[in-house]
Design a binder for this molecule. Structure first.
Ligand SMILES: CC1=C(CCC(=O)O)c2cc3nc(cc4[nH]c(cc5[nH]c(cc1n2)c(C)c5CCC(=O)O)c(CCC(=O)O)c4C)C(CCC(=O)O)=C3C
Ligand SMILES: [Fe+2]
Length: 396
């Protein structure tokens, strides 16, 4: 490894995402992969499939990821980081194992991974680390890898609360509010902000983050919502009321998931408006998909189709703010975080909070092997997922 590699000790980067279909024939295989062994009834899969089918069987996620990768590679080159960048997905082609294989073929021994979910939960954190462990085991078992040394794989901490994500999201939120007000002839006082993230089962939420500090999923989101709302206030002088709401609930109706759903929140805002008629009442909702780093199906269907229609039915103007996607500030902020992590690994590898504590985002039993976590008691004290330490440090 070259002494000039700014990313040392890492010699490759893995960009790890969810995956999605790009043609009709791939829709059901993809959905079966996502729900494998979960006993999700076919009617539910058919229902989700219609969202993909209506868009030609093509999820936006891969094109979004290609755009981020292009920007990421340019930013790395600009900073003289010359390591291979590979892309893999948990649930569809190109799969994680193929990405690991090409990294290994390029001579990589130690990878740093960026996951495209910014907030910690089983789905957004641990399941990716399980996927990495399984993919590495598969690679090791395959003949091609015989004799090759095992890859060491680390994962960047969830970055939803970092400056890399918050600053561009803040700019987008402020601009969206201005646009909504201009389009609908409203003042900021007449708008309500709905920060939207992916709903998860309450049990998954309770287990998110380090086990001894539950519900990190919500606390990390609300930390970011506070920052975004403060940004709006700084720019407009108005403390626009906001709520954290959820989209994309699935699972059986008997299983509690995080609420309120974005559509119910819109209906409640309309009902409140109707109870308080008069000049200057609430006229619009700003829908901010802050739980998503790019335009996933949840955003283009659940928000752009469903939530926008709900707002229309209730006579509320609405605007959906863009996701950060390949925003230059976001990508360059991610590179800052990668370099920060590399430096920490070189200079102070025992620093607490570099890796997920053991048991972090524990979800389904039986437990599966993961990568990039550890049993060090120090990590449990100041975890990268800790809502408290996030609040104490602020957004960095
Ligand atoms: C927290 C979270 C994120 C992170 C936020 C983020 O990074 O976005 C995320 C990402 C994604 N989820 C996605 C798609 C799906 N998620 C499903 C199911 C589920 N997701 C869950 C949670 C999350 N999911 C949960 C608790 C379930 C229930 C079943 C289970 O316990 O696993 C199902 C099954 C059908 C259904 O039941 O709806 C599908 C098809 C796509 C791809 C979209 C595209 O194609 O653009 C992406 C990026
Ligand atoms: Fe999902």
């Amino acid at each position: 490894m070259s002494a000039q590699n700014p990313l040392a000790p890492y010699d490759a980067l893995l960009y790890l995402s969810f995956g999605g279909p790009e043609r009709q024939e791939d829709v059901m295989p993809f959905l079966r992969n996502v729900t494998a062994g979960r006993g999700i009834p076919d009617e539910r899969l058919e229902e989700v499939a219609t969202h993909y089918r209506a868009r030609g069987g093509r999820s936006p996620i891969n094109d979004e990821n290609r755009a981020v990768l292009t920007r990421l590679e340019a930013e790395l080159a600009a900073r003289a980081v010359q390591v291979p960048v590979v892309w893999g997905n948990k649930f569809f082609d190109p799969y994680t194992v193929e990405a690991l294989r090409s990294a290994q073929e390029a001579g990589a021994r130690r990878l740093l991974t960026v996951v495209t979910s910014a907030f910690p939960s089983y789905s957004g954190c641990r399941s990716y680390r399980e996927d990495l462990a399984a993919a590495r085991a598969e690679l090791e078992a395959s003949a091609a890898a015989a004799g090759a040394e095992s890859l060491q794989i680390d994962v960047l901490r969830p970055y939803g609360q970092t400056r890399a994500f918050v600053e561009p999201m803040k700019t987008l939120t402020v601009a969206g509010l201005r646009d909504l007000c201009a389009q609908a002839g409203l003042t900021p006082e007449q708008v309500r902000i709905l920060f939207v993230t992916h709903s998860i089962p309450e049990a998954m939420n309770a287990a998110s983050g380090p086990t001894e500090e539950p519900s990190t999923y919500i606390t990390m989101h609300t930390t970011v919502c506070d920052e975004l709302a403060a940004g709006v206030r700084a720019e407009t002088g108005v403390a626009v009321p906001w709520q954290l709401v959820y989209c994309s609930r699935s699972g059986p109706p008997t299983q509690p998931w995080l609420e309120p759903d974005v559509n119910d929140a819109i209906a409640a805002i309309a009902a409140d408006r109707d109870e308080h008629p008069g000049e200057g009442g609430v006229g619009g909702v700003l829908i901010v998909p802050m739980g998503f780093v790019s335009d996933h199906m949840e955003v283009v269907y659940d928000l752009d189709e469903e939530a926008m229609a709900t707002a229309g039915e209730h006579g509320l103007a609405a605007l959906r703010v863009p996701t950060v996607r390949d925003d230059q500030r976001f990508v360059s902020g991610l590179v800052d975080l990668l370099l920060e992590r590399a430096r920490a690994e070189r200079e102070a590898p025992a620093t607490p909070g570099l890796r997920c504590p053991a048991g972090c985002c524990a979800g389904r039993s039986p437990a599966k092997p993961t990568v990039s976590d550890e049993a060090s008691p120090a990590d449990a004290e100041i975890s990268p997922h800790s809502g408290e330490s996030v609040a104490a440090r602020g957004c960095r």
